[in-house]
Design a protein around this ligand. Structure first.
Ligand code: HSE
Length: 309
């Protein structure tokens, strides 16, 4: 049977104050899943290329879980074989598990006749994400499938909207070599929030939505502020406030945590400034004896797609 190949981008989710709601797909990082139909009624993962050890047991891998969920929805009695190539580190706050899930969901749907729409693929991919995070949120899977920035109004039932993009947004991603488990980063969040902080975060989230809808960088730059989740998680990332301060001193218009971390991202609309910002952030992590990987990128407006062999 014919093999197909699918790419899914890395994602930033949450975008600042939009906890579990706002997400964004980014270019130059992502996972590739190859798939073909098989006669056996199962999902088999025959190859994983990844610097980390990941389970080939389809029931324990987000790609396998998402593919099985698509087969179940389509009531298919045969199966699918998958090969996975990881293009980003797991547990980095860049939507690694979502990317594998989205690529596998898309690929399985494609080899069986493309019966589900892109929006309908978000649910099986999000169910797979739930397996690793212990919680149900679509702020990585929605932008990963649809591209650009997305907003999740409700997870159950799933109600997701693609907002748009910001053409001149330059994103400096820095991933320190620190382990932050999504579950742990969720468990430490406050159970109650102060009304003033809630209003502040809501206003900034609404403005970020408007910024991506209007392709308005300066509106986004004014709105990347989070008084609730960032302060709770900052201590999980050694040197966080110093890295932020130095990113801003180097010219960034904002910096916060990508997803549950440890990746942080800074923003500018001036590509020539991005290298200085990146350098300042890397040096600051270095001063804390933390190695870090960095990338200057932009919005991926396409989302999950078929690619050539
Ligand atoms: N919205 C989730 C969180 C994303 O911040 O916990 C996890 O990658």
């Amino acid at each position: 049977m014919t093999w197909i190949k699918v790419f899914s981008p890395a994602t930033i989710g949450n975008i600042g104050p939009g906890f579990d709601v706002l997400g964004l797909a980014v270019k130059h990082l992502g996972d590739v899943v190859e798939a073909r139909k098989i006669d056996k009624p199962e999902v088999v993962i025959t190859d994983i290329q990844s610097p980390m050890t990941l389970s080939k047991n389809a029931a324990e891998n987000t790609a396998g879980i998402a593919a099985a969920e698509v087969l179940r929805i389509l009531k298919i009695k045969t199966g699918v074989e998958l090969k996975i190539k990881k293009g980003m580190p797991s547990g980095s706050g860049l939507g690694s598990s979502a990317a594998s899930a989205c690529a596998a969901a898309y690929a399985t749907n494609y080899v069986y006749g493309n019966q589900l729409s892109q929006e309908e693929l978000i649910l099986p991919a999000t169910k797979a994400e739930e397996f690793v995070s212990g919680d149900f949120f679509a702020d990585n899977t929605a932008p990963c499938i649809l591209g650009g920035a997305t907003l999740t109004r409700s997870s159950l039932p799933l109600d997701v909207t693609k907002i748009g993009s910001i053409a001149n947004l330059c994103i400096v991603l820095v991933t320190p070599e620190i382990v932050v488990l999504t579950k742990e980063a969720r468990d430490i969040l406050p159970k109650q929030v102060n009304m003033r902080d809630f209003v502040f975060n809501m206003a900034n989230s609404c403005l970020i939505t408007a910024a991506f809808a209007k392709n308005d960088y300066s509106l986004f730059a004014r709105s990347l502020n989070d008084k609730i989740v960032e302060p709770a998680r900052a201590n999980l990332i050694k040197g966080f406030y110093e890295v932020k301060q130095n990113a801003l001193l180097a010219g960034a218009d904002g910096m916060t945590i990508s997803g549950s971390g440890p990746t942080v991202f800074a923003i500018t609309d001036q590509p020539q400034k991005a290298r200085f910002i990146e350098d300042a952030m890397l040096r600051t992590f270095q001063r804390h004896d933390i190695k870090a990987f960095s990338l200057i990128t932009e919005v991926d407006n396409e989302g999950t797609r078929l690619v050539e062999f």
